[in-house]
Design a protein around this ligand. Structure first.
Ligand SMILES: [Zn+2]
Length: 306
């Protein structure tokens, strides 16, 4: 064998190894499963008196196409639609907003190609009307739209910011952050409104939360944040690729794998519970309606008249 072909074989082997490690490997496989105590969560959801939310609406704000394996290791290079999506729980009051998205400038610097300014304006109005604003975690694509709200002083008091989220928020260098109230001391499972429960789920960030919602109809949702960026994360289960999770957006990978194992087991025992992925625009388009998650009618009308 010539020197060149030996060199090529070594090079190809290294490339294959790199591809496997960065985009396929879903380990460590022995990461212990985290238990999600659904009985305690349901009790908390029923503990606060009052009307539970009646519906879930969403607003897609930014979109881009990326290889699926980036956000779900081992799922191949087929393109998926990653979205920044804001959720609104309809309530008897002004609603509850979950993860208010980000500014156009931040969307572009993160590589999102498509940005809907009408969705941004709608989510800003949702925050004006809301009586509560919640975050699955404090990365810029989840809290940026809150910190950059044009009427920040009038909405800041509605946000439930945990002690652990403050570090991430300060890292975003927003002048507005100094107006934040004292952070909330939250238990591992804590109801914040009738039917709405925050579950501490450290892993993707040290202060990541999952948000459980039980509607007045009895339908149950678990907003899993970036632990489940794509629906397939909890189905296989498989975490984000090492390329993203070890290099671009570092996270506690064994903890995330543990939560994903726990979520898969939870879904097997409770098939009607909807685990809502944070960035899965394709899942929403295919399964949103069947799961009672409707696009905001303001944006739906615009989409139809385009
Ligand atoms: Zn995110």
């Amino acid at each position: 064998m010539g020197k060149i072909s030996k060199f090529m074989i070594v090079l190809l082997a290294l490339l294959a190894l790199g591809y496997y490690w960065l985009l396929v490997n879903a380990g460590p496989a022995n990461a212990p499963a985290r238990t999600i105590d659904i009985a305690a969560i349901r009790r908390a959801a029923d503990a606060l008196p009052g009307e539970k939310p009646t519906a879930v609406t969403f607003a897609p704000m930014a979109l881009r196409h990326i290889p699926g394996a980036a956000l779900a290791a081992g799922t191949g290079l087929r393109q998926v639609t990653s979205g920044v999506i804001t959720w609104r729980l309809e309530t008897a009051g002004g609603g509850i907003v979950i993860d208010p998205g980000l500014s156009e400038a931040d969307a572009h610097s993160m590589g999102f190609k498509f940005y809907d300014r009408r969705a941004r304006a709608l989510v800003d109005r949702w925050m004006d009307q809301a009586n509560m604003i919640l975050f699955t975690h404090a990365h810029v694509d989840h809290v940026g739209g809150f910190l950059d709200h044009p009427r920040f002083e009038s909405i800041v008091g509605k946000a439930v910011v945990s002690e652990g989220m403050v570090g991430n928020i300060n890292g975003l260098w927003r002048e507005n952050a100094r107006l934040l109230d004292q952070p909330r001391k939250l238990g591992p499972i804590e109801a914040v409104a009738p039917g709405v429960v925050l579950i501490q789920a450290p892993g993707h960030t040290p202060a990541s939360e999952m948000i459980y919602v039980r509607l007045a109809s009895g339908r149950e949702y678990l907003f899993a944040g970036d632990t489940v960026s794509l629906s397939v994360n909890a189905e296989i289960p498989t975490p984000r690729s090492r390329l993203v999770a070890d290099w671009l957006a570092p996270e506690d990978r064994p903890a995330v794998i543990g939560w994903l194992k726990g979520l898969k087991a939870l879904k097997e025992k409770n098939p009607d519970l909807v685990i809502v992925p944070s960035h899965d625009a394709d899942w929403l388009a295919a399964n949103g309606d069947a799961n009672g998650i409707a696009m905001a009618k303001e944006l739906r009308q615009l989409a139809e008249t385009k």
